[in-house]
Write a protein that binds this ligand. Structure first.
Ligand SMILES: [Zn+2]
Length: 196
């Protein structure tokens, strides 16, 4: 899988958003670890980063949850290349369920590629988007489709919200009691037309 010549200045840095929510920046994507390391060595991963980032994600998991850390499941906000880049390598280490929305299923089972991007809309990211890999991967042996109820298996207190647009089956994750939201690519806080 080819890489793209873009990175964030925060790549490789992690931020503890809450005691049980840690976000790691991986080149241009974010991976979130859910689990409180003061209470458990088990964690759930939201998204699976860029290609070639499995080593970084595993190292960060060990730093946070200990050498014997245990991944319980992976929940994908969607299946774009920068969210599934390390997925197959992570599944080789931890053979766990992968959860995604039913409308992302064709892109996670090798059935369909994402449609070509529209490079004519303004912004650097749009201009570069034809370079982005958009082919489907096949993780069907681990894939589980999320229940329509909005409940997230093994994440009590959290729900998912279908937030299509960026991709057909894009989801965001929400926890009512502290109103924390993991928005995936449904939200951006950088200027898409600026190189910096
Ligand atoms: Zn995306």
């Amino acid at each position: 899988m080819k890489k793209i010549p873009l990175t964030s200045v925060t790549s490789g840095l992690g931020i503890e958003i809450l005691p049980d929510l840690y976000c790691l920046s991986v080149q241009i994507a974010n991976v979130c670890f859910i689990g409180d390391p003061r209470q458990t060595n088990e964690f759930i991963l939201i998204d699976a980063g860029m290609p070639d980032s499995a080593g970084l994600i595993i190292e960060e998991a060990k730093n946070r949850f200990g050498e014997d850390c245990k991944l319980i499941s992976i929940i994908l906000t969607h299946g774009h290349f920068d969210h599934i880049g390390a997925l197959q390598e992570l599944l080789e280490k931890w053979n766990v369920p992968v959860y995604a929305h039913s409308l992302e299923e064709p892109y996670l089972t090798g059935k369909e590629n994402y449609p070509p991007p529209n490079k004519d809309i303004p912004g650097l990211v749009a201009k570069m988007s034809p370079l982005f890999p958009r082919h489907s991967i096949d993780v069907s042996s681990n894939l589980h489709i999320l229940p329509p109820s909005g409940k997230l298996p093994s994440l009590p207190g959290w729900e998912y919200i279908h937030t299509p647009g960026h991709t057909p089956g894009h989801i965001s994750l929400f926890r009512e009691n502290d109103r924390v939201l993991i928005a995936g690519d449904a939200f951006t806080n950088v200027e898409q037309e600026s190189l910096y």
